[in-house]
Design a protein around this ligand. Structure first.
Ligand SMILES: [Zn+2]
Length: 192
């Protein structure tokens, strides 16, 4: 059997998002390499069109997620999460997102396309002058800093090479001072 037939069997001939009973196609959840049953879902034309065209979103159509977000199938959960995230300004979608539970691995998959992230939500590290810092940049300290967990003081002007950014906190970077790997607050460094 082909993927479409497998999905029709799995879903009982319903769009796995809105329950529509006609105009099906398969939707491979990006980014996937293998596709297949565990990476795909059965969707109707209406759902597919809106998934692929964020500008065509009809928020009311997605009230269907109230039911389909409870699917036992990960590809369905992932798309439900992404559509709710895309519509998070609607308010009701946030309530559903709060109720939704995804395993870590599935949540990472759902987040993999950056869906629902506003530019302002992205974590951006900036130095004392507001210059954006990136992994691998070199910076200097702009004041003497006590190194946590040691008696060392890193002096103002000390170079810190090849910094790495804290993925979860825009205020922290890590880098080496001498042989020591230290955590530094971004407002105390200047990019060089
Ligand atoms: Zn549908």
């Amino acid at each position: 059997m082909g993927l479409l037939e497998d999905l029709i069997n799995r879903s009982g001939s319903n769009c796995e998002l809105c329950g529509a009973t006609a105009n099906f196609s398969t939707y491979e959840v990006p980014p996937v390499s293998s596709g297949g049953l565990d990476g795909s879902l059965l969707v109707c034309d209406t759902c597919k069109n809106q998934i692929e065209n964020p500008g065509a979103m009809d928020a009311n159509h997605w009230r269907c997620l109230n039911d389909s977000m409870w699917s036992e199938h990960n590809p369905v959960k992932v798309i439900a999460w992404r559509m709710l995230s895309r519509l998070k300004s609607e308010g009701w979608t946030q309530d559903l997102l709060d109720m939704m539970y995804l395993e870590d691995e599935t949540l990472n998959w759902a987040k993999a396309t950056g869906e629902g992230l506003l530019e302002s939500d992205k974590i951006i590290h900036r130095d004392v002058n507001g210059v954006i810092l990136e992994n691998g940049d070199n910076v200097v300290l702009i004041k003497d800093l006590k190194v946590k967990g040691s008696s060392m003081i890193a002096k103002q002007g000390t170079p810190v090479r090849r910094i790495s950014l804290d993925k979860e906190n825009a205020e922290y970077i890590e880098g080496k001072v001498g042989a020591q790997q230290i955590v530094i607050i971004t407002k105390y460094v200047k990019k060089t």
